[in-house]
Design a protein around this ligand. Sequence first.
Ligand SMILES: Cc1cc2nc3c(=O)[nH]c(=O)nc-3n(C[C@H](O)[C@H](O)[C@H](O)COP(=O)(O)OP(=O)(O)OC[C@H]3O[C@@H](n4cnc5c(N)ncnc54)[C@H](O)[C@@H]3O)c2cc1C
Length: 432
Amino acid sequence: MPTTRRRYAVLGAGPMGLMTAIELLKAGHEVDLYERDDRIGGMSASFDFDGLRIERYYHFVCRTDEALFELLDEMGIADKLTWTDTAMGLYCDGRLYPWGTPGALLRFDKLGWIDKLRYVLMVLKTKGTRDWRALDRLEATAWLKRWLGKRCYEVLWEPLFRLKFHQHKDRLSAAWLGTRIRRIARSRRNPLQETLGFIEGGSETLLERMREAILSRGGRIHLQAGIERVDTQAGRVSSIRVRGEDIPVDGVVTTAPIPYLPRLVPDLPADFVARIRAIENIPVVCVVLKLSRQLTGNFWLNICDRSIEIPGVVEYSNLNPGSGPAIVYAPFYMPKDHPRYARDNAAFIEEVIGYLGKLNPEFRRDWVLATHCHRYEYAQTVCPPGFYAMLPPMQTPIGGLCVADTAYHYPEDRSICESVKVAKALARAALA
Ligand SMILES: Cc1cc2nc3c(=O)[nH]c(=O)nc-3n(C[C@H](O)[C@H](O)[C@H](O)COP(=O)(O)OP(=O)(O)OC[C@H]3O[C@@H](n4cnc5c(N)ncnc54)[C@H](O)[C@@H]3O)c2cc1C
């Protein structure tokens, strides 16, 4: 037990908020976890998809996700992690190619030998990189073009950057891109076989165990209880406002997307607010389809084709065959002011269904058993060169107020594993 037992409010019940609450409870403090949504999980939350419990967004695990493995162990569910040998595909100029193996690269007819050799060298070099500080200062597309040449970049990467990052596509950090390439490249059983993992029952299995760990330690979880405001006195947090009620606290840890902070904490100093406002995010509009038949044999299908306006589709049932007949996720990333963002969910669903006949010419409309579409406004942080220096410190200038969100996964991309790691650092900052 600590000498002084503090009362913490943790904001957000995604994996980061749940993990932070567990760490603060382990240190002997009193913890209330507040979540605006009607369920725990944030981006990893599940929903009832026409009788099937499934995540709003697909989730796979990589062999490098050490902090996640430790947590599964701690929660007593290490046996729920299952590995599948997965296949990757590439839809390019009207044709579906196998992808992700040396043989597939050799057979790919859109690139010459030199391009292919440069591609392999880039992946090998990135796979072996451990220190990302030098790449932090480089811009990703220029770095890629230097490695791959202009043609290879334009065939394989330009459509992905354009459809995911739009006006931000040429201002991303090479370190952010490099860690993504490395994570996937290292998730292999051998050089020829990609292996990805999933948690039986989905992320919900883990989230539920985390919920139990919080409740069993005396923590409280409040759903549909968004924190409306954090108030301060003499430079320290003093209370939070929830459902119109002011509740005194000794410390506040927020794991909600940081763009919410300036409104939530009116007393944040202007220079700190300016640092937060400099960080941009891209929303996702993610279509999920339940099909009566397998669409392709691939888990991940990259799309580099001018006639399709999504960077790829994920056929989750090829990773987790128990998840239903065939489950396909199709994420659209676009800024909120993009004209297409204003369309309703049905338009996005129809657009995806319209593409499926290209990916599999046998596809028929009557394969579609159920559809769903979900949006998350702060789905992907834009991490420009020099992002290490842009991130505001977790300990804010206000005493007792610590903050982080998925931007703090940098240089790694967002993942449940990184949320767990950041949560531990956040709890340490709050306890310091
Ligand atoms: C399309 C997509 C695909 C993904 N694929 C993978 C994958 O394959 N593997 C993987 O590991 N990860 C994946 N992720 C990432 C993973 O889902 C996230 O890294 C993780 O869920 C982030 O959790 P978090 O707790 O850090 O943040 P969030 O999930 O953003 O949680 C923040 C929470 O704060 C709540 N909140 C906001 N404002 C308030 C307020 N005022 N008061 C109270 N609560 C508030 C929100 O409702 C939310 O629940 C994917 C994400 C997306 C969008």
